[in-house]
Design a protein around this ligand. Sequence first.
Ligand code: NAD
Length: 492
Amino acid sequence: MPQPETVPVFIGGEWQASSATDTSPVYNPSDGTQIAATPMGDATEVGRAIEAAHAAFPEWAETPAVDRARVLFAFKQLLEDHFEELSQIVTREHGKTLEESRGSVRRGIEVVEFACGAPSLLMGESLENIARGIDCDTIRQPLGVSVAISPFNFPVMVPLWTLPVAIACGNTFVLKPSEKVPLSAIRMIELLEEAGCPKGVVNLVHGGKGAVDTLLTHPDVRTVSFVGSTPIAKYVYETATRAGKRVQSAGGAKNYMIVLPDADVDSTIDAVMGSAYGCAGERCMAGSVLVCAEDAGSRFLDPLSDAARKMRVGPTDRDPDSQMGAVVTRQHLESLHASIEEGLREGAELFVDGRDVKVEGAPDGFYLGPTVFDKVQPNMSIARNELFGPVLSVMHTDDLQGAVERCNNSGFGNAAVLFTSSGAAARTFRHHVNAGMVGINVGVPAPMAFFPFSGWNNSFFGDLHVQGHEGVSFFTRQKVTINRWIDTKRYF
Ligand code: NAD
């Protein structure tokens, strides 16, 4: 059998074979076959990419914002032209349904559209006569080399959270995608090259901890954007800030969905299903805990289990009717099985068991069906840990306050959702809940490109989030000028 191809790096505008000897396998989760290998780049190779970005910075920073934006307009058009192809690559290496891939590519394109507004986004402020005859203004300038380290679960969207904004602001860029899903990033960078992005402005490297450590500490790197699990996000934040970098580091999550008995049943069940099982639960915005407050369980549990049992799990790369795909690797599937065993040992009730799911024609795919645990207690491991799979934990509380307290004690703070028809309950929830992104009667409250992706607590380390004006602030620094011109000629 031919060996799967080892993917290249892109340094200084050239596609090259990596010098790394170690590789990591890339799978098609739908059937378990290995489709590529990712080279695990070392400090020398990553250093070369940073140096290429550093060398390209002065010219790119001097390029007028309107010309930088034109590269992004061309990139946006190429992303549209290759929308279907990119979505298929995401499905092939990640396993999510084509519809989910399309949705995520669309979200990424929206950030490119936002960044096309660079000339307006970069405008400063000014005030005349801050004192008699003295004016003050601010301008925004780029910082230098920006690096981004991304997770496996959104191979196009997460790199696009930062790449277009960083370069629109005049920075140059090094991307290190997850070693599990390098193919989408490669196709995307090819399109950026075709869009006319100058050599060295964007570079692509691969690897694991060794590559990341170089990105976090290299003296020529100015900003670090990380998205991944909480322990690594914390490590990245601590290591890179210690090395003097500006850092935004997004971590994992345990998102609570709370349902009150007055919520609409059909739309709530739809939203809960999408939230818990969309992308096979491999989403930082996945709803992984459902708290039935008051006696909501009596109205919602049966329809929920019916919907979970009916969900069609299948090979998303070849069966368009699949509603949920496989998880990313066999190793991840095994860790989900272990978490389910642990939940049972701790006394939770397995209401819907997804472990016996059978997918015809794909015996080696990494499948777990929708799984529901009932009677979960906050101290159980399935309630405390991010499982990152299609496993929903159901809890019960006497009232809304008790449900919000459980959510607020989770330690994470990405998203929290309430389903209700009461405006007063919704307002109280929004005010008291300790999470950065709140949904009222929507399953996954992921903000669009012009709003910040606003995780809190152990879901985010740093100050300025990705997307929106916070993204622009992250990738620029302000210069304040106080101007005084003595009018000795008395012009007026
Ligand atoms: P991960 O933390 O395993 O890996 C993320 C990145 O870090 C990858 O590029 C990986 O190569 C690198 N990495 C892995 N081990 C490392 C180490 N020891 N030192 C330095 N770098 C290392 O995460 P994942 O499994 O790829 O992605 C899933 C996680 O990402 C989940 O926890 C999910 O919640 C989180 N996530 C968060 C957000 C958010 O916005 N908060 C968005 C998407 C995903």
